[in-house]
Design a protein around this ligand. Structure first.
Ligand SMILES: [Zn+2]
Length: 402
């Protein structure tokens, strides 16, 4: 049994050292996400840290299986903020806020996990991507809260989250709620699978949903030389992730396939020559045409003012000679589903499997197009850029080496 920690009251913050020594903390805060409110102070100061908050963050990292690759700083921010400054990532928190809300652990865990979600999902924290990134962070929050306390009730958790005004009020509550709910239900479904009781030790062994290639992706096997030093599937995963990270493909999802796994990237806009669209609009949220249920229905309601081309890369690592294949075109909603439903990391049970000479790494590319006539995004099966060109022009291929 897991201890129910969301609603316990024994949480005691010491107020004694809240007014402790301060020192200036001059970082660039232009790339930031602040949970509630809009403004930081004129100047940032850092104060001595708080063990209780550190412990809560450790809890969140543990249940989500994420390493803490950011620095925590007790600072003069209104509540909790994620900031990217240069090459450093920071989670800033106001100790006074934690003290004042010390009886509301659900709220504190919710706010922390929302901001941590930005940092672990590789978000840009750039205002242009706000909608997508906030929704993903909400989904992460839902997963974390469920894993922290599977005996908690989702409706109560949602009511608690709703009490706190959200910075970016242009996102309606209904969308936030459905994102949190999705994360919660996904974590819940994974934990309730047969043989998967709710405890901490088997989180790493959670199954991944199965990837089934559908539609008309072109595919090629990658040269085995590129993986010659790989010993396990983890090594292959690392080689792929390094190449993807270097080119900005930080949004990814994992699936299992027979004899291995599949790694799927986010939907990206590209140019006719196969290069990524540069700057602002590569991953940009697009205007939507009509009402939709939640942001994840987003893609099917997307409209583009002019023709645009999109792609999704899928890397399939398996020792099987062929891929299971399903006929019929996928639509863009399904592509988004993959991102929503896939795992955030490769489970240990798969990662530890040996990489053998029977293994092949295949690259698949799905193309989509938003024609001017309908402006709806559809899978493109006719006029396509060759996979090799996609891999070269995106810069991914040059980065793949073990
Ligand atoms: Zn946020």
């Amino acid at each position: 049994m897991k201890r129910p920690i969301l609603f316990s009251i024994y949480f005691i913050f010491s107020f004694l050292s809240i007014l402790s020594a301060q020192e200036p903390f001059p970082i660039d805060t232009s790339k930031r996400s602040l949970y509630s409110g809009f403004w930081f102070g004129e100047e940032l100061y850092r104060f001595s840290g708080d063990e209780q908050v550190e412990q809560m963050v450790d809890d969140i990292c543990r249940v989500s299986g994420k390493a803490r690759k950011f620095e925590m700083v007790n600072a003069n921010v209104p509540n909790v903020a994620a900031v990217l400054s240069g090459k450093s990532a920071y989670l800033l928190y106001d100790r006074r806020f934690f003290f004042e809300n010390r009886l509301n652990r659900t709220l504190l865990y919710a706010i922390l996990s929302q901001e941590i979600g930005h940092l672990v999902r590789g978000h840009t924290l750039d205002g242009r991507f706000r909608q997508r990134e906030e929704t993903e962070a909400d989904e992460f929050m839902g997963q974390v809260l469920m894993r922290l306390d599977s005996s908690a009730r989702l409706d109560i958790v949602l009511a608690v989250v709703r009490t706190q005004p959200f910075s970016y009020t242009q996102i309606p509550w209904a969308e936030r709620e459905s994102a949190i709910r999705r994360g919660w239900e996904r974590a819940s479904a994974l934990m309730e699978g047969p043989g998967f009781g709710v405890n901490e030790t088997n989180i790493e062994d959670l199954p991944l949903p199965r990837f089934q290639p559908k539609g008309c992706p072109d595919r090629i096997p990658l040269n085995k030389q590129r993986f010659v030093r790989c010993r396990t599937l983890r090594d292959v995963d690392s080689a792929l992730c390094r190449a993807l990270d270097a080119k900005g493909y930080t949004q990814r999802s994992y699936f299992c396939v027979k004899g291995g796994f599949a790694l799927v990237t986010g939907i990206e806009q590209f140019q006719n020559n196969g290069k990524s669209v540069s700057g602002d609009i590569r991953w940009q949220d697009c205007p939507r045409k009509s009402r939709f249920d939640g942001v994840m229905d987003y893609l099917t309601s997307l409209v583009w003012p002019r023709p645009a081309r999109f792609r999704v890369f899928v890397f399939v690592v398996t020792d099987q000679p062929g891929l299971e294949y399903e006929k019929g075109c996928i639509n863009s909603e399904q592509a988004k589903e993959w991102l929503r439903e896939g795992g955030d990391w490769l489970p240990e049970s798969l990662a530890n499997q040996p990489y053998t000479r029977n293994h092949t790494v295949r690259a698949l590319v799905y193309e989509f197009r938003a024609p001017e006539s309908t402006q709806r995004i559809k899978e493109e099966c006719q006029e396509r850029v060759p996979v090799q060109t996609h891999l070269e022009q995106s810069g991914i291929l040059a980065g793949i080496k073990s």
